[in-house]
Write a protein that binds this ligand. Structure first.
Ligand SMILES: [Zn+2]
Length: 281
């Protein structure tokens, strides 16, 4: 049995503010806590009978997890410029996906450090009219590969958000959000124990989970923070402007739509302060 783990850091137990995650701040502490939580999920997976676990590091530059501290049985996808972003390495050979340390969506959420892929440019994303965060869209991509979403962990608001889309997913609440930059924390050792147990129990009943499959074409709408970001995404032929800050496009399936969404976000990031501001030319 093969298990994929998509790991982020904002939802990890102990993290309460974005300042803690800056590389000149307390980042080293929190990347260790992130690695520890991933290890708890890896232990649970192997206890439940997994014989292969691949972890995709999915925060910031996507190289946060400390390989020397990672459970030796897991393999790690680390590093940047990934076409499949937080899901780099997933395919139909996996039996289930687990989300560790993920967070609430930008827009209507008070979850801790809520955002959708890039806080610098994205206000809200909708798929076929429904507001989604990162976990929901990742679950839909996994669904295209017939991989069911088994487990999520993050703050209480995040868990409730995701359960609107994945009502049966197993979950662990890692902290209680007070607002976007404050949380009531739970000791990481307690959270790790719970993650290990619940990942194990979720995988033991893996037959209860169905892949989240979108039938037919997939329409993405993205609300950007500024028109200078939205407008340049129309360099992709099928992208249409809805308003000066909103765009939409339709693709034949979720994997194709996810890649195009990611292209739009990358363009928007590059255009935030003008292209020449981010390119040495
Ligand atoms: Zn992140």
């Amino acid at each position: 049995m093969k298990i994929f783990i998509s790991a982020d850091i904002e939802g990890v137990a102990g993290v309460a503010t974005i300042q803690q995650l800056k590389t000149n701040g307390e980042y080293q502490r929190f990347r260790q806590l992130m690695t520890n939580e991933v290890n708890a999920a890896v232990r649970g997976a192997f206890k439940a009978g997994a014989d292969e676990v691949v972890v995709a590091d999915g925060h910031g530059n996507m190289s946060n997890i400390l390989i020397e501290s990672l459970d030796k049985r897991a393999r790690l996808v680390s590093g940047n410029n990934r076409v499949m972003a937080q899901l780099e390495g997933i395919d139909e050979s996996f039996d289930g996906i687990i989300f560790i340390g993920h967070h609430g969506r930008e827009g209507d959420s008070h979850a801790v450090i809520s955002h959708t892929l890039a806080g610098i440019c994205v206000n809200e994303m909708r798929i076929n009219g429904k507001v989604v965060g990162e976990t929901e869209m990742n679950a839909m991509v996994a669904g295209d590969y017939e991989v069911p979403s088994l487990f999520i962990s993050g703050d209480d608001i995040y868990v409730n958000e995701v359960k609107e889309t994945l009502p049966n997913v197993e979950s662990v609440v890692t902290k209680f959000a007070r607002n976007r930059i404050a949380a009531e924390l739970i000791h990481p050792d307690i959270v790790k124990q719970e993650i290990e147990e619940k990942v194990e129990s979720a995988i033991r009943r893996i037959k209860d989970f169905q892949p989240l499959v979108l039938d037919g074409p997939v329409t993405f709408e993205i609300d950007f923070k500024g028109p200078q970001q939205a407008q340049m995404t129309t360099t992709i032929p099928s992208v249409k402007m809805l308003t000066p800050t909103q765009i939409a496009f339709t693709c034949k399936d979720m994997v194709t739509a996810y890649k195009q969404m990611w292209a739009c976000v990358i363009i928007a990031i590059a255009c935030t302060n003008g292209i020449t501001g981010s390119v040495n030319a």
